[in-house]
Design a protein. Structure first.
Length: 75
């Protein structure tokens, strides 16, 4: 396995883990009592980009996982 291929696999895993960060931040901003003193509309405005980017990252991660783990290594 080439070092480039290994790097791509590791970065795919890291990118997949970051999905949990983005979606978790959206969840914390909307539902946590930490931000309960901020108006719900403002919390939604801050959480929406995290949520949308998390969904975008799910699509990209799916493509990367398919490309790096399930396609043949013949280049």
């Amino acid at each position: 396995m080439s070092s480039r291929r290994l790097y791509d696999k590791v970065m795919t895993i890291v990118g997949t883990l970051m999905i949990f960060f983005y979606l978790g931040m959206a969840y914390i901003i909307i539902f946590s009592s930490i931000f309960s003193h901020i108006d719900m509309a403002l919390r939604s405005i801050f959480a929406l980009p995290f949520l949308l980017y998390g969904v975008y990252r799910i699509v990209v991660a799916y493509q990367k996982i398919k490309e790096n783990f399930f396609e043949s290594e013949d280049d």
